[in-house]
Design a protein around this ligand. Structure first.
Ligand code: BDR
Ligand code: CA
Length: 310
């Protein structure tokens, strides 16, 4: 049984790996890739998504450009982590496919409404702007979506501020809409993705595949390692976004538990915080869950196998 996903992303080094994992996994039907501002401007994240598609040989999948700014706040990007291009490191090929003519939000709505209920999983790995706009544009998508498995947030401290994770911080109002919509949401946050580290062991194993895609991965990780060392003091870079895709492929990658999650919209020091209530048990009817543990070897096994198939 394959799982149909729409990957909503802002490539971004780890978003690029999420694309490779989704396309290289036989367990995933990649319904569409949609882009949003975030790690860089929408022009750059969209160009990068098309470049990754060219590297990975993604075809027959619509790519659509989405929101260029947050719902309410001013735009903030992550140039220090992802570089001036948003995907610094490898040289990027020109696009091999045309962008879909639809806006990403329109595409998300149409793809969900065209398929049987319960067959589309949304995997956002960036600001939640497109997903929030889609839920507002066509509320009937909410009960039709199987689940939302998103990379973002954290219950135990942030990365962009002491309290907030980047994807949530840059559009907290959108995050509030998505977390409170009523569809099942699994938050794959820093609590687990900070353990999905591209150690030299991992990078060497993938580089040893000796293919153009494995070289692309190695070049991405070389830049990402230096950026994470300089900006956040990590020895090895955490590769956040593919963890959400991996959970859809194989739920045993993560331990997950239900917990109410509220988005802090007004805090003086805590804006963008994902406040998870981990006092057990979660109240009946809780629709949000948080990831609390990761099997990192299992995760990297999936990524390695996927890249080996490309
Ligand atoms: C998240 O922020 C972005 O910079 C990464 O691509 C990832 O989605 C990690 O906080
Ligand atoms: Ca991302």
């Amino acid at each position: 049984m394959t799982r149909g996903i729409i990957l909503d992303c802002d490539p971004g080094h780890d978003d690029a790996v999420a694309m490779l994992l989704a396309w290289g996994s036989p367990a995933i039907e990649l319904i569409a890739v949609t882009t949003v501002f975030g790690n860089q401007t929408i022009e750059k994240t969209t160009r990068n998504a098309l470049a990754v598609a060219a590297v990975a040989g993604i075809e027959g999948v619509p790519f659509a450009r989405g929101a260029e700014r947050p719902l309410v706040r001013e735009i903030e990007t992550a140039e220090a982590t992802h570089g001036e291009s948003g995907l610094d490191g490898p040289s990027l090929p020109p696009p091999a496919i045309e962008l879909d003519r639809r806006h990403a939000v329109q595409l998300i709505v149409e793809e969900i409404m065209a398929r049987p209920p319960g067959t589309v999983t949304l995997v956002p790995t960036a600001a939640l702007t497109n997903i929030a706009l889609a839920a507002r544009l066509e509320p009937r998508i909410v009960p039709r979506v199987r689940e939302v498995v998103l990379m973002g947030g954290a219950y135990a401290g942030g990365n962009w501020t002491a309290a907030a994770e980047f994807n949530i911080l840059i559009d907290p109002e959108a995050a509030h809409i998505v977390f409170s919509a009523g569809w099942p949401v699994t938050m794959v946050g820093l609590d687990v993705t900070h353990h999905a580290l591209a150690t030299p062991d991992v990078v060497d194993r993938i580089a040893a595949l000796g293919t153009p895609v494995s070289r692309f991965f190695e070049e991405l990780m070389t830049f990402f390692r230096a950026a994470y060392r300089n900006t956040q003091g990590f020895d090895h870079p955490p590769v956040h976004d593919p963890v959400a895709v991996a959970y859809v492929i194989d739920p045993a990658v993560l331990s997950v538990r239900p917990a109410p999650v509220s988005i802090e919209l007004t805090g003086t020091h805590t804006r963008g915080m994902t406040v998870a209530d981990l006092r057990a048990p979660a109240p009946p009817g809780t629709r949000t869950s948080v990831a609390t543990g990761i099997d990192a070897d299992r995760f990297w096994g999936l990524v390695t196998d996927a890249i080996a198939r490309l």
